[in-house]
Design a protein around this ligand. Structure first.
Ligand SMILES: [Zn+2]
Length: 379
C-alpha cells in the first residue's frame, strides 16, 4: 500500500522514524507485517522508499519560516489554596515561599498571554504568532481569536472554592462573561482525595440557595473520590470544586468568568477577609437539571470528545516514536521525556510538565527517551 493509505489506516502507528528519515533516500519504519497487529508489534520492519511517502501538508503555506513545536513561559498564579508541588513534581521554577496554585501553561486572555520561549519566535506572544501565521498554526480557515484553549496545571493543597461557569446560552442571553467547559486530568492524588462534581440528584434552586445562605451548600454537592489517570469532564453550568491533595491538568475554554458560590468560610490572610462570592450569578448559571449534561470520566484513549475540544491520552515506551502531522495539537507531557524532530528544524526536547503547541503544518516525529504519558488536545 502507499504511505498515504498506510498512515490513514494506522493514524496512531508507532513509526520508528530515525533522524535520517529526512535526509536519506530510503527509510525503515518499524511496523508489523500484519497490519491489524501493527500497534501491538512494533518490532517487525518495513522499508518504504522515501519518494512514496506523503508527509502531509507541504510547508509552502508558511509565509516566512518553518513552524516548529512552540513552548511557552508558564504564568504562575499565587492562590490561597496553592503550594509548591509544581516545583517538587515537575521542577517548575516557582517563586520561593509563595503558594502557587496554578501554572498557566498556554493562555490567550486579555491580561494573560503566553510568551514563546524557544526558537526564532521566542519572545512573541501566542496571539501575535497566530495573527501572523493563522491557518498554518490552527489548521482552521474560520479561526477567531482568542486561542480556543486554556491549559493549566493546578496544585490544590487545600479545597478550591465551590464555583460554576455560565454556559454559552446564558452568556449570550445576558451579554455577560464567557462560557467555560473544562476537564480535569488527575496527575497526582493524596489518599482519599476527591472532587465535587455537580449537585446531588433532585437538588432545586431554592434548596441550594438556602444552603448557600446557611453555609451548608457543600452537603448538596456530589463528592467524587478520584484516582490518578482519570479525566473528569465538566461542562459549563456544572457546579464544582477541586478537593485538597490533587495535582490536576486542566484543559478548558479561554474564559475567566467564574461565579464563586462558597469558599469554605476561609479568610484570605492577605486581606483579612473572605473572597468575593457571586451567588446570584451562580444560581442563574447552575444547571439544576443536569440530565442532558455529559459528565463523563475516562482513563484511556479518548478522554474527552466535546464540541469545544477533544483530549486523547498517549502512552509510549522508551525508544518508541510516533508521527506528528495533520492538525494542530497541544501536548501536555505527564511523565517521561524525549524530543520532537523534523526536517530542517532544530530538535525540541520535552520533559514531564511541559506543554507544547504543534502547528497544523508541522510534520515530524516524537521520540521517547523514557516511558511517557501525555495528553493530546485538538479542536
Ligand atoms: Zn472551574
Amino acid at each position: 500500500m502507499t504511505n498515504k493509505e498506510f498512515t490513514e489506516k494506522h493514524p496512531n502507528a508507532l513509526f520508528n522514524l530515525k533522524k535520517s528519515l529526512f535526509t536519506k533516500e530510503c527509510i525503515k519504519i518499524n511496523t508489523c507485517p500484519h497490519a491489524s497487529l501493527f500497534s501491538a508489534c512494533p518490532t517487525a520492519r518495513l522499508s518504504i522508499n522515501r519518494k512514496r511517502l506523503d508527509f502531509g501538508p507541504k510547508l509552502t503555506t508558511m509565509p516566512v519560516m518553518k513552524l516548529y513545536p512552540l513552548k511557552f513561559k508558564p504564568l504562575f498564579k499565587e492562590r490561597i489554596w496553592g503550594g509548591q508541588q509544581l516545583k517538587a513534581i515537575f521542577g517548575k521554577d516557582l517563586p520561593a515561599d509563595e503558594k502557587i496554585g496554578e501554572s498557566w501553561e498556554l493562555a490567550d486572555l486579555p491580561d494573560d498571554k503566553s510568551e514563546i520561549v524557544n526558537g526564532p519566535l521566542a519572545g512573541q506572544t501566542i496571539d501575535h504568532v497566530i495573527t501572523t501565521y493563522g491557518e498554518a498554526i490552527t489548521g482552521k480557515t474560520d479561526y477567531q481569536p482568542p486561542f480556543p484553549l486554556l491549559i493549566k496545571i493546578l496544585d490544590a493543597r487545600d479545597d478550591l472554592s465551590v464555583q460554576v461557569h455560565p454556559d454559552a446560552e446564558l452568556c449570550q442571553k445576558t451579554g455577560k462573561g464567557d462560557p467555560k467547559t473544562e476537564c480535569w486530568y488527575i496527575i497526582d492524588a493524596a489518599e482519599g482525595a476527591a472532587i465535587y462534581k455537580g449537585l446531588a440528584p433532585g437538588t432545586t434552586k431554592e434548596q441550594f440557595a438556602a444552603a448557600i445562605e446557611n453555609g451548608t451548600c457543600a452537603d448538596l454537592l456530589q463528592r467524587v473520590p478520584v484516582k490518578v489517570g482519570e479525566c473528569h469532564f465538566l461542562p459549563s453550568g456544572t457546579c464544582h470544586a477541586i478537593g485538597a491533595g490533587l495535582l490536576i491538568a486542566e484543559i478548558q475554554q479561554p474564559s475567566d468568568t467564574t461565579y464563586r458560590v462558597f469558599d469554605w468560610n476561609r479568610v484570605d490572610p492577605k486581606t483579612g477577609q473572605g473572597r468575593q462570592l457571586h451567588v446570584e450569578d451562580a444560581l442563574e448559571s447552575i444547571h439544576f437539571d443536569p440530565s442532558g449534561d455529559n459528565l463523563s470520566v475516562e482513563s484511556h484513549g479518548r478522554l474527552v470528545d466535546a464540541p469545544e475540544f477533544k483530549v486523547d491520552k498517549g502512552h509510549q515506551s522508551a525508544g518508541c516514536e510516533t508521527l506528528l502531522e495533520g492538525e494542530m495539537k497541544v501536548l501536555v507531557i505527564l511523565s517521561g521525556s524525549g524530543e520532537i524532530i523534523a526536517e530542517g528544524i532544530e530538535s525540541t526536547p520535552f520533559v514531564k510538565g511541559d506543554c507544547l503547541l504543534i502547528p497544523a503544518v508541522f510534520t515530524g516525529a516524537m521520540q521517547f527517551a523514557d516511558d511517557c504519558e501525555y495528553l493530546v488536545t485538538t479542536i
